[in-house]
Write a protein of this length. Structure first.
Length: 464
């Protein structure tokens, strides 16, 4: 009898425990399906996926800080390079150069040692202040020749020598269009190769929940179904009302990727749609209504898709529609598409030995009659070997039939985080149209300018 009662008690406790487990599971399931919990998981998942692209080489160099310091154009460069023309085995031009440039003050000073066709040449000093150009040959004289740079450029372009070699100095010689484009393409490739964050820097679930607690989340019942790898994936959407500053920061980051210092500022509160898949991964962020820049009046709509399969961030596409109606007689409307694709490479003691990827940008008018400065596209690709600090990057820009491409292979040597970096350039090729323009090998050191640029004290004016 006692055994029967005992069994009934055990059965009762078991049933009660079972109901408790079911209740707890139901609460957890309900909470997991709540918008805030799903979005928290989505943001944490997104951070974890991005961390796979953490580049320890560029992180050590703190390249973003160095680029920020160099944005004002005050730079010090030391280079030892060999420049060769296509089809030439012997170096066409050997150059040891120590150059300081301050674009804001329009100052330049360079000291170089030049050799041609493998033979020793001469030492040369060049300085420039505005349109005044100074040339000095230390082995011949202590005085510099002072020339008008504008007249020098015009005189050379009209000369028989220019016609003979088939090349003109660009009139905008200060901007040096080709070199600016090459520099921008290579900078874009370096930035695109370091999009991830280190695990210790990722936001925790608690931090994400604290952030979302300040955001109004609307369960909008929006759904999408797409086919991916021969299966259907359902997306669930939520609308977020969030501070404009958060979106401002997003566009600042995008500007850094595109090597642009232009910024936009939006109103205090904005709407964003966020879609998650069945695994609580963020797969789309879009604007349900146009965002208006408070300063320029330009309107921007965008859709950001993360459609990689192993990791959503392996394939990222953002399409923006930009409308400028401030000029009523000539409104501008364009579509801008940015496509990024990458893949981390497994291996090494840290579990990851490198990464590779590509970044493509295309811009065009939305309508044939919509005014826009130009139609064009640019693309960069990169491969990183973290162990040897080696890289291979390529870039190409094409606008209205004009094409310029570059390719650089090398590795990082002397690095002072955020202050100085030295590159070993195994090969840098520049291609204009379909032909190689020149290629370069050598060492390059880059750092912010530390000393004031001083023009030559003694000079002789030369008419041209």
């Amino acid at each position: 009898m006692k055994g029967h009662v005992k069994r009934k008690k055990i059965l009762g406790v078991t049933i009660a425990a079972g109901f408790l487990v079911i209740a707890v599971a139901a609460v957890c399931f309900a909470r997991a399906k709540q918008p805030q919990w799903r979005l928290t998981k989505g943001m944490v998942n997104l951070g974890a996926e991005l961390s796979r692209y953490y580049n320890p080489v560029l992180a050590e160099a703190e390249l973003d800080k160095l680029i920020q310091k160099l944005q004002n154009g005050a730079t010090h460069t030391v280079a030892e390079v060999d420049v060769s023309l296509p089809g030439k085995e012997v170096s066409t031009l050997g150059l040891k150069l120590d150059k300081s440039t301050d674009r804001q003050k329009r100052l330049l000073k360079a000291v170089g040692e030049i050799s041609m066709f493998g033979k020793d040449g001469l030492d040369l000093e060049v300085a420039m202040e505005g349109e005044e150009l100074y040339l000095k040959l230390p082995s011949l004289t202590s005085k510099a020749l002072k020339l008008d740079a504008d007249r020098l450029v015009s005189g050379f372009n009209d000369s028989f020598l220019a016609k003979l070699v088939g090349w003109n100095i660009p009139k905008d010689y200060e901007s040096a269009g080709d070199s600016d484009t090459v520099r921008g393409l290579l900078a874009g490739a370096f930035v695109a190769g370091s999009i991830g964050q280190r695990g210790a820097d990722l936001m925790t679930e608690a931090e994400v929940r604290d952030f979302l607690a300040q955001v109004e989340i609307i369960d909008s019942d929006k759904e999408f179904t797409i086919e991916n790898s021969f299966r259907e994936i359902q997306w669930t959407g939520y609308t977020l009302k969030l501070p404009g500053e958060a979106v401002n920061q997003l566009f600042i980051k995008l500007g850094q990727i595109l090597d642009s210092d232009k910024t936009v500022r939006f109103k205090e509160q904005l709407l964003l749609d966020i879609y998650l898949d069945e695994d609580d991964r963020i797969v789309r962020i879009s604007t349900p209504e146009a965002l208006t820049d408070l300063e320029s009046g330009v309107k921007i709509e965008f859709t950001l898709d993360l459609l990689g399969e192993e990791r959503t961030v392996d394939v990222v596409t953002i399409t923006m529609y930009v409308t400028d109606e401030t000029q009523t007689t000539d409104p501008k409307e364009a579509e801008v598409t940015l496509h990024w694709k990458g893949m981390p490479e497994a291996g090494g003691t840290s579990g990851q030995s490198g990464s590779s990827g590509s970044l493509a940008l295309e811009w065009k008018p939305v309508r044939d009659d919509a005014a826009w400065p130009e139609t064009g596209n640019l693309s960069v690709t990169y491969d990183w070997d973290y162990t040897g600090k080696a890289f291979m990057v390529t870039g190409e820009k094409q606008t209205q039939g004009n094409k310029l491409a570059c390719e650089m292979k090398g590795n990082l040597l002397d690095v002072v985080p955020g202050e100085r970096v030295q590159l070993n350039v195994e090969r840098l090729r520049v291609i204009r149209g379909e032909k190689e323009f020149f290629h370069v090998t050598g060492l390059l050191m880059l750092e912010p300018l530390m000393e004031e640029i001083v023009m030559p004290r003694e000079s002789v004016s030369v008419g041209w």
